[in-house]
Design a protein around this ligand. Structure first.
Ligand code: AMP
Length: 304
């Protein structure tokens, strides 16, 4: 396994690999790796000649009051976990991804404004307008988040030019956004969405789970149970999305969740609101939620 920190070196490597006809599988991550990430890496290993994993805590997808500074970082442990399955780890600095004259602090707090006004002091000119896809669910509560995701994914896909990119269903909205990004910017890559890996108690694995204390960890098991409650309502014939959402919320309330960002039912490929469950107009439907346990915001979803 080789560590690559420069985008020029990474691009030269992948151009060479592609010229030799090698298939490249790419797994973008923010590090603090766990079994959820490794499931993507293993799948990439099984389906490609070369596996590249990026580790980059992307400042532009964090809001002002979010946890960019304290987001868990452990590159040594990450590399040890990746070693058996990975050919290259792309581990760029913020300067490498966003330009030389930017500190991590200024980019997190100033870039969205600088970008919105054209070419600000940060020197960045381009921003994404992600439209309705990025304005519902998590987008309502994390206003610049999906713009930052679209920006960094575009940079990464452009540098690495993978044949396949692997992402987790855990971040369902992100997978829908990236599907559209790939199609609309003509990236020649296939998105492979992999199932959510869970702890034994049902809690979706997440780098942010390290923030939870023992009591919160116990409580966190109810998140998946709440989603299962929603599924049961659908299976028992409930077609009214508002009743299903209310059922999930009241389960969460009953189990001590007092801060719920949202519980929502959305059409899986467009993220449009579902007016009636089971209507032929719907494809697959996703039941998604975001809740707080203390200061930790957790998301989860199931596809119905
Ligand atoms: P992150 O490092 O949180 O940005 O996640 C990197 C990739 O791993 C994303 O595509 C996530 O959806 C995916 N991922 C994170 N947690 C899980 C999980 N529990 N199961 C499956 N995929 C996951």
């Amino acid at each position: 396994m080789e560590l690559v920190t420069s985008r020029k070196a990474m691009r030269a490597l992948t151009s060479d690999l592609k010229s030799k006809g090698r298939k490249i599988g790419f797994v973008p991550t923010m590090g603090a790796l766990h079994e959820g990430h490794l499931s993507l890496v293993r799948k990439a290993r099984a389906e490609n000649d070369v596996v590249i994993v990026s580790i980059f805590v992307n400042p532009t997808q964090f809001g002002h009051s979010e946890d960019f500074a304290k987001y868990p970082r452990d590159p040594g442990a990450d590399q040890a976990l990746l070693e058996p399955f990975t050919d290259y780890v792309f581990y760029p600095s913020v300067a490498e991804m966003y330009g030389e004259n930017k500190s991590e602090k200024s980019i997190t707090h100033e870039v969205p404004v600088a970008i919105a006004s054209g070419a600000g002091s940060s020197g960045n000119f381009l921003n994404f307008e992600v439209g309705a896809l990025g304005k519902c669910l998590c987008g309502l509560y994390r206003p610049q988040h999906f713009e930052g995701v679209a920006l960094v994914l575009s940079k990464l896909l452009n540098i690495i030019q993978p044949d396949r990119v692997y992402m987790g269903q855990k971040d369902f909205q992100q997978t829908v956004l990236v599907k559209h990004l790939i199609a609309e910017l003509f990236f020649e890559t296939d998105l492979v969405v992999c199932p959510t890996v869970r702890e034994k108690n049902g809690l979706a694995m997440s780098s942010r789970n390290v923030y939870l204390n023992a009591e919160e960890r116990g409580k966190a098991a109810f998140i998946y149970q709440a989603l299962q409650q929603g599924k049961k309502l659908v299976e028992s014939g409930q077609k009214d999305p508002q009743k299903i959402i209310a059922g999930v919320k009241s389960f969460l309330n009953d189990h001590g969740f007092d801060k719920i960002d949202y519980v929502d039912l959305r059409e899986g490929s467009s993220l449009w609101e579902v007016l009636e469950v089971g209507s032929e107009k719907n494809g697959k439907i996703v039941l998604a939620l975001a809740v707080f346990l203390g200061k930790t915001r957790l998301i989860d979803n199931i596809v119905l």
